[in-house]
Design a protein around this ligand. Structure first.
Ligand code: FES
Length: 202
């Protein structure tokens, strides 16, 4: 086989696939034909390591300074590769709960991190801190998520059977100065959850 032929038949790498999606923007159109599991970062057997919570400005989140009723996007697991780290399946909403939902305590109980992949059809939802909202909302078909539990309470995701009505979640630990870390993760519906699929509530 010539070198050119072998290039032609080389299987698509996950990184190439992600680039293709970025360029085409047509993921939904061919979603039924793609073996999505090959490209997810979370095979059910994988366990991952403790990592600092790094905010978009490059600083490490600290529970003494992170604003109440506020959310930022964090990336986990990070690879150091800009293309892979940009993929939606690594994005999480890092939320400090509002005061009325317990967000004033200077401990990890004030914080949540949920996968941003909506459990309905994989659009990206986000947390809205405005008065009268204070919940996760998906712009595609209106699923809404409880920021305390990660469970959908309205819209199509709320009608799905468990575990596909509750978002995957990261857990936290801190050091003595209040800097926050993501605890080691186990991808599985009875543990941290499976991104794009869900989590059983314990
Ligand atoms: S993809 Fe989020 S509600 Fe449909």
């Amino acid at each position: 086989m010539s070198e050119q032929d072998s290039k032609k038949t080389k299987p698509l790498s996950r990184r190439d696939f992600l680039k293709l999606l970025g360029a085409g923007g047509t993921a939904v159109a061919f979603a039924p034909f793609v073996p999505w599991g090959n490209f997810m970062p979370n095979p059910s057997t994988a366990s991952l390591e403790k990592a600092p919570v790094i905010l978009p400005d490059g600083t490490q989140a600290n529970l003494k300074t992170f604003p109440i009723n506020h959310a930022e996007v964090i990336t986990y697991p990070k690879t150091g590769d800009r293309v892979l780290d940009g993929e939606a399946f690594r994005k999480w909403q890092f939320i400090r709960l509002p005061e009325e939902l317990g967000g004033t305590k200077d401990d990890i109980s004030s914080f949540r991190a949920y996968s941003m992949i909506c459990l309905h059809l994989w659009c990206l939802w986000k947390y809205w801190p405005q008065e009268g909202r204070k919940r996760g909302e998906c712009p595609c078909h209106g699923s809404m998520y409880n920021p305390v539990t990660g469970t959908a309470f309205a819209g199509p995701a709320s009608l799905q059977a468990p575990p596909s009505n509750t978002l995957p979640q990261l857990n936290f630990e801190t050091d003595t100065d209040g800097f926050m870390y993501i605890s080691p993760v186990t991808w599985g519906v009875n543990a941290n959850g499976v991104v794009g699929y869900g989590r059983f509530v314990k």
